[in-house]
Design a binder for this molecule. Sequence first.
Ligand SMILES: [Zn+2]
Length: 118
Amino acid sequence: MICPKCQSSNISKNGVKRGKQNHICKDCGRQFIDVYSPTGYPEEVKRHCLHLYVEGNGFRRIERLTGVCHNTVINWVKAAAKSLPQDPDYEEIPEVSQVDELQTYVGKKNIKSGSGPL
Ligand SMILES: [Zn+2]
């Protein structure tokens, strides 16, 4: 447990707030709860950063744009990459003839769905 403000480990317990253990830093007086972590960003911030990364932005640029530490973004990207299947398999991109079939199929499907229910 370290202080999120000054990184001091000179922490003492400071009662319980909303069911969570509250701590206080003896060095700077910062109060924080157990679950505090520097990566505790809302899900939408995380998604926004991952989106920026996918769009081709570098980690430093994402840090400038969002204010999220680039190390945090790197961790998110690593975690997201882990949860994905293997790298996209470009060999699975269909041949041109298969694309034609796919378009035919999609076209039929559109006609079908455009002809009303059943
Ligand atoms: Zn502190």
